[in-house]
Ligand binder design. Structure first.
Ligand SMILES: [Cu+2]
Length: 148
């Protein structure tokens, strides 16, 4: 009886080991589907944003300017619902909404913060003229968005 009991115990151990191996095998099988590349996040529609370059003039020289990619000036003309995307190209600048008539005062509509690279975007949902400036260069670095 004792011997039988031991064998029985060993059998149970074997079954346990077999179950673990089977489990590992199952895990290996499950990594198969995971290896399939998952689709990346949907990419934004190209060309949807209206670009304004920050920190280089039209000849590409570093300068404290906003240059609209279409007008070539600091004024961007767009339609209601359009998005402006500022693209940093040189220096440290911000795109901050607000006027500089009596000191540059942010109006809280948008503020990229001071950046040296990368992009910032804002979508204009209401017609009007929106002045903006760079918080570092103040009245010497202005831009305007005209939303029609
Ligand atoms: Cu600046």
């Amino acid at each position: 009886m004792r011997v039988m009991s031991r064998i029985s115990g060993a059998s149970r151990l074997f079954l346990l080991a077999a179950t673990i191996v089977a489990g590992v095998g199952c895990g290996d099988t499950m990594t198969g589907p995971r290896a399939t590349p998952t689709p990346a996040q949907p990419t934004p529609t190209p060309g949807a944003a209206h670009l304004v370059f920050v920190g280089r003039d039209t000849s590409g020289q570093p300068s404290n300017v906003f240059v609209d990619s279409v007008s070539g000036t600091s004024t961007s003309t767009i339609h209601v619902g359009d998005t402006i995307q500022w693209v940093w190209r040189s220096g440290t600048h911000s795109s901050t909404s607000g006027a500089c008539s009596a000191g540059c005062v942010p109006n809280g509509l948008w503020d990229s913060g001071r950046l040296q690279s990368g992009t910032f975007q804002f979508t204009f949902t209401t017609a009007g003229t929106y002045p903006y400036f760079c918080t570092l260069h103040g009245p010497s670095m202005l831009g305007s968005v005209v939303v029609q």
